[in-house]
Design a protein. Structure first.
Length: 116
């Protein structure tokens, strides 16, 4: 079985464990992979930052306030991006983006809280 370079597809001569035809192709391939993972991290960080700004846009009274799912979505909130969960002893789970969190309530209502 003939192996092909992961970068350019050229046939590889020599050792069976070789993945690239040349150092050039190895570097080119690895640079692309690194770039993709850097973009991934950047995109997720941007989403988290946006979610944080949205939560932060609600004025809190005594560390909390209420809003609706619709209002959060209207502002562009993405429920897929959080940094951590916090579950109370009673089993209530808060979803946090850094130190700002939300708790889904009944009827599409949400409680927004700030961690002390
Ligand atoms: Zn190659």
């Amino acid at each position: 079985m003939k192996k092909k370079c992961l970068e350019c597809g050229a046939e590889i001569m020599g050792r069976v464990d070789k993945k690239y035809c040349s150092d050039y192709c190895r570097n080119a391939y690895n640079n692309k992979v690194n770039k993709d993972s850097k973009n991934l991290v950047r995109n997720i960080n941007n989403r988290l930052r946006k979610n944080y700004r949205i939560l932060d846009s609600f004025p809190l009274r005594e560390g909390k306030t209420r809003t609706t799912r619709t209002r959060l979505l209207d502002k562009g909130f993405d429920f897929d991006f959080i940094t951590n969960l916090y579950t109370t002893k009673k089993g209530t789970t808060y979803y946090f983006v850094y130190d700002l969190g939300y708790l889904p309530l009944d009827n599409d209502q949400y409680m927004i809280v700030k961690r002390e």
